[in-house]
Write a protein that binds this ligand. Sequence first.
Ligand code: ACO
Length: 333
Amino acid sequence: MSNVCIIGTGSYLPEHVMTNDDLSNLVDTSDEWIRTRTGIRERRISTGMSTSDLAYEAGARALQSSGLKPEDIDLIICATITPDYFMPSCACIVQDRLGAINAAAFDLVAACTGMIYGIVTAKQFIKSGMYENVLVIGSETLSKVLDWENRSSCVLFGDGAGAVVLSKASEGSKILASRLEADGSKHNLLTCSALPLHNPYVNTGVQDMQRQGSFCLPKIEMLGQEVFKYAVRTIIDNINNILNMAELTKEDITYIIPHQANQRIIEQASKTCKIPIDKFHMNLDRYGNTSAASIGIALDELVSSGKLKKKDKVILVGFGGGMTSGSILLEWS
Ligand code: ACO
């Protein structure tokens, strides 16, 4: 019987490392504050590569690890909140650069839950019989939407990309269960504005601001403590619900790969769920929060480390702006 399986993973991080000490030269902060409040020590910041450049690199690596050829890919989904353009989509640019000439392509916005939404969407296309092979990429250059004068937010994020190839296969790392959620009533907790309405009927002053050089570029804004509480609750709910769906217990789970937002969020969830912290794979000390990219990067890292063994059960769990959340239960192969 065919399953929907992950048959390849890949990731790419920009080379430039920005440490907490580097940040303390920009804003009034310290390595000690950032490490103790977030667990982050450093992050990668693009010094020229765009979101589609990072997405291409991660996508090419995932494709190579899957053993498929670019023309085998039927669909490319790119999850991002920092695309190069409103249009074309990042996925179309990647399709061209990979030479995936048979693939449909679109971008998806679910903020830091982007990789989870992307994989579940891909799964549905495969299950319906419409497509066989789907490349899902989470890619972000969050550095371009950070307020580098705001110490509460600029210390948290980094740039990067992660990718997986999903396929209709009888063998491979199977998706056993998945779920998606959204709570739009909390959309104001985490925002990054687009363009204000401006046309012959509406004057929001944007053009005047542009002329005066005071037009503000979009920036990430958040209510940090509210996001913190939402994140902890959501990780716990997702883990409990997906275990119920699959009729498994937490003892059956080898690893949990959470969205890499903040070590304290993950530690709090681990404590409340009574799941040992060493089951939670974390790399946020090195990369910070890379939004839609974080779960793909962490999964690829765990795969490359050789720690995942056949039959290991792994939960991917994400949460982010929207507010959105979701989880996927995998049986590794
Ligand atoms: N360095 C030094 N001091 C700082 C910094 C900093 N980088 N940032 C804030 N402070 C100060 C504040 O100004 C405040 O000072 P004050 O008391 O003089 O006013 C003090 O530290 C405490 O600020 P809080 O905001 O109360 O600090 P808190 O303990 O809540 O930590 C943090 C802030 C780290 C942002 C925390 O709320 C958090 O992690 N929230 C979740 C944020 C997050 O993960 N967002 C993204 C997740 S979803 C997604 O990925 C899309």
